[in-house]
Design a protein around this ligand. Structure first.
Ligand code: GLN
Length: 242
């Protein structure tokens, strides 16, 4: 049977703005299609489960600090899993920890996993508000992704790392270069909460299809009735445009 295995990293620590809703969407969209689904929680000290998709949500600086050592200690295993075909989705605080470091506004520095060549430094103000981006995670399949952002961190991508998308409305990575998030191979990072996936079903399906590919090859996902999700998406897009 086709099934998706998701590892939810630090659900007790990194789960701001209902980020766990992303797991609920992945579960629902698999089940509606008769695809098996398992989400395995992985907290500090737990063994890293074998998974098709590793997911980490957002959190405040102090929450990130609580899992810093554990997450950094998993960097090599996560790298190996991704090289083996797994995907990773990281939101906000989790996204920042994909990089080399996160420097707080007081100069305190937290290490990241270095899975993606990026760094984050907090600024004096928070970047808060509704956001929309143009995204082309899969070449030739442009999407508009919508949601909400709230971060002090300004993220800069290394040379050769592509943003997940271009900001239409909102701040994105740093409020300056027009980029939002990062897409590096099978790793996707984004500042977008909302949570991200309920209003962006096309992005959810893309991640499901790609992650299923690790063990099941190319899987054609049956279309779902996304009228409600589409309305939520379009409403969020209009709100972001002000
Ligand atoms: N602590 C980070 C920041 O403020 C992330 C916040 C979040 O996950 N919403 O930049």
């Amino acid at each position: 049977m086709t099934d998706l295995r998701v590892c939810h990293l630090y659900p007790e620590h990194l789960n701001i703005y209902a980020d766990r809703g992303n797991i609920a969407v992945l579960r629902a969209r698999c089940r509606w299609r008769g695809i098996g689904f398992a989400a395995i929680a992985c907290g500090p000290g737990d063994p890293l489960p074998d998974a098709d998709l590793y997911y980490v949500g957002g959190g405040q600086d102090r929450d990130q600090l609580l899992i810093e050592d554990d997450l950094v200690g998993r960097a090599a295993n996560l790298r190996a899993a991704i090289d083996d075909g797994a995907w990773m989705l990281a939101v906000c605080g989790g996204y920042q920890m994909l990089g080399h470091y996160y420097r707080g506004h007081q100069g305190d520095e937290m290490r990241g996993t270095g899975l993606v060549d990026l760094v984050t430094e907090a600024g004096p103000t928070r970047m808060i508000g509704n956001i929309s981006i143009d995204c082309e995670l899969r070449p030739g399949q442009p999407l508009t992704v919508v949601g909400f952002e709230n971060h002090a961190g300004r993220t800069r991508l290394g040379e050769g790392v592509r943003p997940l998308g271009r900001v239409l409305h909102g701040h994105g990575n740093n409020g300056r270069d027009g980029g939002e998030g990062a897409h590096a191979g099978r790793i996707v990072g984004t500042y977008i909460h909302g949570p991200l996936l309920p209003k962006n079903p096309a992005l959810a399906d893309l991640l499901i299809a790609e992650a299923l590919g690790r063990r099941h090859g190319t899987v054609a996902l049956e279309p779902l009735d996304d009228r409600l999700e589409g309305m939520a998406h379009d409403a969020a897009l209009a709100i972001a445009a002000g």
